[in-house]
Design a protein around this ligand. Structure first.
Ligand code: COA
Length: 322
């Protein structure tokens, strides 16, 4: 049997730091309010001439280096993003050109903050079926571009960044299982109300902004992300004590703590990076994974449960042996 294994991780955050103190000068808020309600201290903002593919490329090159492969070994690129550089070509095609590859499939997936899990789920199936042997899976966002920086209910939450993994074929897992869900009935709780086909003039005017029912999203995120932990361990015939690390979507420390409490996961096993970069949407889970690999918490042989939740609603998980 063929399985896919993560053999390298990478992450990238833009240089510009926007602190809670900075936000005090922009909107009616306080450092204390933001940190106590969200756990976020600062977020990164891409430079005006820095685009999603730039962030994706930086994180991808770090993952390539960590996996000790050449970019030409890659035979599949899946990029999860909500903030593509262009309507088309896909950000994955732009990234393929940067990495000097050609011919193999490269495409984007769109599942907002759950995007990396969806991209990983798709890439894992390519590898398991023999359709790819060395996949690059990226979550990359310039979410700051779809935020209304005068709306204090949303702008304090989000930031820019990218994370990537190399997924290679092997004879043992690796990716043990992936679990993906969507429910479009909740499309009006977290959304950007414009696109190419609808209200495109707002895109042109630069007023395509994220809109959210914060309290409702909070409740759903906690329920979905704690239930999917049970689904994932049960599908593998495991108990929660068999999980070495939980790496949840990094949106809000209170959501992360509530998920851990509801799912009865030891807080010492939960990777938290949200204070440094806020909610980076599809980049959040691979950024946190990369951080935990590089600081030595996640080690070879550890079982890691990744999970994400976002607009759609869409949510997903993956159980991985590193
Ligand atoms: N600074 C100061 N006050 C703020 C504020 C800010 N940045 N944002 C909102 N407030 C105010 C509200 O206007 C409200 O004032 P009011 O009572 O006078 O109306 C008060 O703070 C409380 O607002 P509330 O929405 O009840 O706060 P909360 O504790 O629920 O926290 C969120 C708000 C947005 C932090 C929280 O709902 C949340 O994290 N939701 C999930 C968001 C998310 O993660 N989305 C992405 C998921 S992928």
């Amino acid at each position: 049997m063929i399985f896919s294994r993560i053999t390298g991780t990478g992450g990238y955050l833009p240089d510009r730091v926007l602190t809670n103190k900075d936000l005090e000068t922009m909107i009616d808020t306080t450092e204390q309010w933001i940190e106590s309600r969200t756990g976020i201290r600062e977020r990164r903002i891409a430079a005006d001439d820095e685009f999603t593919v730039d962030l994706a490329e930086r994180s991808a090159l770090k993952a390539v280096e960590a996996a000790a492969i050449e970019p030409r070994a890659i035979d599949l690129i899946v990029v999860a993003t909500t903030t593509a550089d262009q309507v088309f070509p896909s950000t994955a095609c732009l990234l393929q050109q940067r990495l000097g590859g050609e011919g193999y499939p490269a495409f984007d997936v769109q599942a907002v903050c759950a995007g990396f899990l969806f991209a990983l789920g798709v890439a894992d199936k390519f590898v398991r079926t023999g359709a790819a042997r060395c996949a690059l899976v990226v979550g990359a966002e310039t979410f700051s571009r779809i935020i209304d920086w005068t709306d204090r209910r949303t702008c304090v939450l989000f930031g820019d960044g990218a994370g990537a993994v190399i997924l290679q074929a092997g004879d043992r897992p690796g990716v043990m299982s992936t679990h993906l869900h969507s429910d479009g009935r909740y499309k009006d709780l977290l959304y950007v109300p414009v696109g190419v086909s609808r209200n495109f003039s707002k895109v042109r005017a630069g007023t395509a902004y994220t809109t959210m029912e914060g309290g409702e999203v909070f409740r759903w995120a906690v329920t979905a992300m704690s239930d999917i932990i049970d689904e994932t361990v049960q599908a593998n015939g495991l108990g929660k004590d068999d999980i070495d690390w939980l790496i949840p979507h990094q949106a809000n420390i209170r959501i992360i703590n509530a998920v851990g409490a509801r799912a009865k996961i030891d807080p010492d096993k939960v990777v938290v990076t949200v204070s440094r970069h806020g909610n980076t949407s599809a980049a959040s889970v691979p950024l946190a994974l990369d951080q935990a690999v590089r600081d030595g918490r996640v080690q070879a042989g550890h079982r890691v449960l990744l999970e994400g939740f976002g607009g759609g609603f869409a949510w997903g998980s993956a159980l991985i042996t590193m």
